[in-house]
Write a protein of this length. Structure first.
Length: 189
């Protein structure tokens, strides 16, 4: 229901649904910390709340949610490096988090880590034929090449806020690089 509310633009309703999801996910994850499915559900709840915060323009709140999401996803990916799905999820979360981080060193570190994970998955043939995953590599490369941290300091162009909001979702993240890529590259120079 939270995702339906997001699509309808009803962020307060979505937040209420996602808060309920989070309460359930936290209870289940705490009841059995070894249950990786419940841990992943918890990370998805954090991700959803991060998305709501970005759409509401609350980037500091988004950062807190994405940091929690990142902690769970890193734990899962580290616990089972052979699980390509968890590696991919971590890669997406690193890129999303890079959009809301203010420290250029952290942005660079997250994008470098995402690039390494993406490269590993690609070299090993995971997600072959998955266009969305292929575009993720393009997004990472464009963000890294654009000097993405630069817009965080000083006047932000109007399109920056739009790109951050769009990047809150996986589909939006992948679309940011296409229409805004040339603008990001031009503005960052």
């Amino acid at each position: 229901m939270g995702n339906v509310a997001v699509r309808a633009g009803k962020l307060q309703d979505a937040r209420r649904w996602f808060d309920k999801d989070l309460a359930v996910a936290q209870s289940l994850a705490a009841a059995d910390p070894s249950n990786t499915g419940w841990q992943r559900d918890l990370s998805e709840s954090y991700d959803s709340l991060g998305e709501i915060a970005v759409r509401a323009g609350k980037l500091e709140d988004a950062r807190r949610w994405y940091d929690k999401d990142l902690a769970v996803r890193k734990t899962l990916a580290t616990a089972d490096p052979s699980n390509a799905r968890w590696q991919r999820d971590l890669c997406y979360t690193l890129v999303k988090t890079a959009f809301v981080v203010r420290d250029p060193t952290v942005v660079t570190r997250y994008l470098d880590e995402a690039r390494a994970i993406f490269g590993h998955l690609q070299r090993n043939g995971f997600f072959r034929g998955d266009e969305e995953f292929a575009r993720l590599g393009t997004v990472i490369d464009r963000l890294s090449a654009s000097g993405m941290p630069k817009p965080m300091f000083g006047a932000l162009p109007e399109w920056w806020d739009q790109s951050v909001a769009a990047a809150a979702t996986r589909a939006g993240l992948l679309n940011v690089a296409s229409p805004l890529g040339p603008l990001v590259l031009r503005w960052a120079k």
